[in-house]
Design a protein around this ligand. Structure first.
Ligand code: DC
Length: 211
């Protein structure tokens, strides 16, 4: 069984994916991490974020070891680079097979997989049994992100976080190649007024009703 979770940054996809994977004993793939790893390598190599050819070559050569420096991968600068390189069809094409293989043959004999990203229900796994689109207003997501940064002891101001998030959403939703979108058969959930436990409970109820 495949559970596809899509939605914009900061909507709560990651937390939900972890809870669902834990609950069902499924393998979990955070597909944003793949794009982040490409973006980070592009930055570290001093290559322009406009260079589709170079970014595609980097995506083609991606190794598991490129996914280990979680602190660097999670930085906002890396997220923005990921958003830039993820607009290139060549980069997306290089990462597609890995994602599909993970979904269809999850590691460690797991009976199912949970993948979260932007195009899982629409492009990567259009036949997924469960498709979720998790969203919230830009204001709510920026507020959550600000709290997260401040809790980690980092200096951040709301206006800057909000503008960065808006710019990233516009790029991810506006690109031609696999933009952020809800599949026509996705369960769309606005998490604005819900905490993580409530989101999980609503989604479990939905999955129960479907299966
Ligand atoms: O989910 P995230 O913030 O870690 O993703 C980083 C960027 O990667 C995001 O801005 C767009 C891109 N991405 C994508 O295009 N497709 C996916 N399936 C996952 C992420």
């Amino acid at each position: 069984m495949i559970i596809a979770i899509d939605g914009p940054a900061g909507a709560g996809k990651g937390t939900l994916a972890a809870r669902l994977a834990d609950h069902f004993g499924f393998a979990k793939l955070d597909t944003g991490l793949l794009y982040r790893a490409v973006g980070l390598k592009v930055i570290q190599a001093g290559i322009s974020l406009d260079d589709e050819h170079a970014a595609t070559e980097i995506a083609a050569g991606l190794q598991a070891s490129d996914m280990t420096d979680i602190a660097m991968l999670r930085r906002d600068e890396t997220g923005n680079a990921a958003s830039c390189v993820s607009a290139f069809p060549g980069v997306r094409a290089q990462l597609l097979a890995f994602q599909r293989d993970f979904a269809n043959a999850p590691p460690d004999g797991a009976k199912g997989a949970v993948l979260d990203g932007r195009d899982i229900g629409t492009v990567v796994c259009p036949d997924a049994a469960v498709k979720l689109f998790i969203t919230a207003s830009t204001e709510v997501r920026a507020e959550r992100r600000l709290n997260e940064l401040q809790n980690r002891g980092l200096e951040a101001i709301y206006a800057r976080v909000f503008e960065d998030m808006k710019a990233r959403d516009e790029r991810d939703e506006g690109r031609e190649a696999s933009p952020t979108a809800a599949a026509s058969d996705a369960y769309v959930l606005d998490t604005g007024n819900l905490d993580a436990g409530e989101v999980f409970a609503k989604v479990l109820e939905y999955i129960d009703s479907k299966t």
